[in-house]
Structures are given as structure tokens and as C-alpha cells.
Write a protein that binds this ligand. Structure first.
Ligand code: AMP
Length: 284
């Protein structure tokens, strides 16, 4: 069954009011479209936890710090709706820019601390854009649950923080990263890679897994970085924005895995910025 595509806040509000009046719950899966199995895993989890599921598709201009990246971002609404058919979601909400940011829009949501590092340090304004749009999507969809991927772990922690800080009444549910067979984390951006760049990109996960193993055995990350950087360069990766270990909850930089931690990377392959993160076992 094709889910109805809703384009206005008013239409959405009529649906969500009726559901809440009936005592039913609403789960939202915010996306920027170009849906892949990573997104669909969030939809499956949402279906398990909520009576009604709304998938949102909005390529949010406020979270892009590079105009070319925004222009090149894949837009595949028709295909996306088809991929969602088997999940029987209740609505696909596809607002346009005027629905989200009407004339005179002047409010900015900014989460401090967590956004100072990693992608926050490399993409000016990115997390303000995310926090602002997510807050609006939560209120517009009247969601009880919201599903986010660990693929964007920093984003997940930022959204958890803002939902708590602003009493949004939404339970934020984190879902594991879904990967391609060769280990590359699924991402809409993978569509921008040539076949050759795509096959080389699997080295990122390989290098990160080996680093995580060594960190779990007590290694210091500084001792692992030269070899990791050389292997990424040999595989064809260009600039590395970051390759760091940080604590799960506060994203504090760690030299050794002395607290629950993840290894985070943002690297360029053929001009496409790929991010990934994996769990690091506590050092023995
Ligand atoms: P995006 O469309 O890239 O903004 O992603 C929408 C949601 O899907 C975010 O919560 C992402 O973290 C999540 N997501 C993207 N890729 C994956 C993946 N490979 N595995 C799990 N979740 C993902």
C-alpha cells in the first residue's frame, strides 16, 4: 500500500490529532530521503514501537555548510515512496522550504558542548541546522518516539540532549548502523561515488575495526594513527577531517579506551565526505 504523501503542517496536524485523541502513539523517522536499508531499519524499529509511523523527507538547507553539497544531494522521492510500501507506514511527510522556514523565520536552536567537536568543528552551523529542523519536525509530527541511526552518533547525542533540555516529550531511540557487505556504512552519499571510489571506500571500515581491536587491547591511539593514516591514503582517501576516539556520552577525547567509547572518522573519498563510527571495547 502506498502511504499518503503529506505536504502541509495542517494536513499532518489533522491526522496526528485524531491519533492522539484515540490514545495511539506516533513514531517519526526523520530523513533527507534517498532511502537505503539503513533508513529502512529505523522504519522497522518505529513500526515495532509505535501505533503510527511517519517518515519525513526534507533535504534541510540549514544543515548544509556547502552549497554544492546541497545541490548535489540525491533526491528520489518517487523511489523512496516505493521502498516504504512494504512497511505500510501511515504517512510520508514531505514539506517544502516554505512549510519549514516561512518568510521571516528567525529562530535558531543551538546545543552547546556536544557540538564543539567532530562534525561540529568542521561544518559551521551544521548542528544548529539539525537541531532547528528536528525540533520543528518533532512538534509538527507530535511524535512520541523518534528514531535516529548510530551512523550519525554525534547527531543522535545532540538530538537526545535537545529533546531532554526542551521537554519535547519525545523518546529518542538510537538504532545500529547498517553496513554494505564490504563493511562500508550505508549512506545516501555513497551514491555520489564512482564504482572505483565505492570499492576503495571499504578500507575505512577495515582500518577502523583494526584500530578498535588494538584500542580494546589497551593501545594508545597516537601509536595507531600513523599506520592508519598511511593505509587510508594508500586506499585512495584524501583529507581526514578527524579520526579520533571519544567517550560515548560526553564525546570527550580519549587517548586510551578507559571509558565506554567510540572511534569516529570523517574522511574524503574522491571529494565525497564519508563519516563512520564504531564501538571500542573497554581496554583490558
Ligand atoms: P539522513 O537521511 O542521512 O539524514 O539519515 C536519516 C536517518 O537515518 C538518521 O537518523 C541517520 O543516522 C540514519 N541512518 C543513515 N544511514 C544509516 C545507516 N547506515 N544505518 C543506520 N541508520 C542510518
Amino acid at each position: 500500500m502506498t502511504a499518503p504523501i503529506i505536504r502541509t503542517r495542517q494536513e499532518l496536524r489533522e491526522m496526528t490529532n485524531a491519533w492522539h485523541r484515540a490514545g495511539e502513539t506516533i513514531g517519526v523517522v526523520p530523513t533527507m530521503g534517498a532511502l537505503h536499508d539503513g533508513h529502512l531499519s529505523l522504519v522497522a524499529r518505529a513500526k515495532e514501537m509505535s501505533t503510527h509511523v511517519i517518515v519525513t523527507i526534507f533535504v534541510n538547507p540549514k544543515q548544509f555548510n556547502n552549497p554544492d553539497d546541497l545541490a548535489n544531494y540525491p533526491r528520489t522521492e518517487h523511489e523512496d515512496a516505493r521502498k516504504l510500501e512494504r512497511f505500510e507506514v501511515d504517512a510520508i511527510y514531505v514539506p517544502d522550504g516554505a512549510q519549514m522556514y516561512p518568510d521571516g523565520f528567525a529562530t535558531n536552536i543551538s546545543v552547546s558542548g556536544l557540538t564543539d567537536v567532530l562534525c561540529g568543528a568542521h561544518r559551521a552551523g551544521h548542528f544548529d541546522g539539525v537541531a532547528t529542523v528536528v525540533t520543528k519536525l518533532f512538534t509538527q509530527t507530535a511524535a512520541d518516539f523518534a528514531f535516529f541511526g548510530e551512523k550519525d552518533f554525534q547527531q543522535l547525542q545532540v538530538v537526545r540532549r535537545l529533546a531532554r533540555d526542551l521537554d519535547l516529550g519525545v523518546e529518542v531511540v538510537g538504532c545500529p548502523t547498517i553496513r554494505e557487505m564490504d563493511g562500508l556504512a550505508m549512506s545516501s552519499r555513497n551514491l555520489m561515488l564512482s564504482d572505483q571510489a565505492r570499492s576503495r571506500a571499504s578500507a575505512l571500515n577495515e582500518v577502523m575495526e583494526e584500530m578498535a581491536d588494538a584500542l580494546g587491547q589497551g593501545a594508545a591511539i597516537a601509536d595507531l594513527l600513523p599506520d592508519a593514516q598511511a593505509r587510508l591514503a594508500a586506499a585512495g582517501f584524501g583529507d581526514i577531517d578527524y579520526l579520533e576516539m571519544r567517550s560515548n556520552d560526553t564525546l570527550t577525547l580519549l587517548e586510551r579506551a578507559t571509558a565506554p567509547a567510540r572511534l569516529f572518522a570523517a574522511v574524503f573519498m574522491a571529494g565525497v565526505r564519508l563519516i563512520d563510527n564504531i564501538d571500542v571495547p573497554l581496554a583490558r
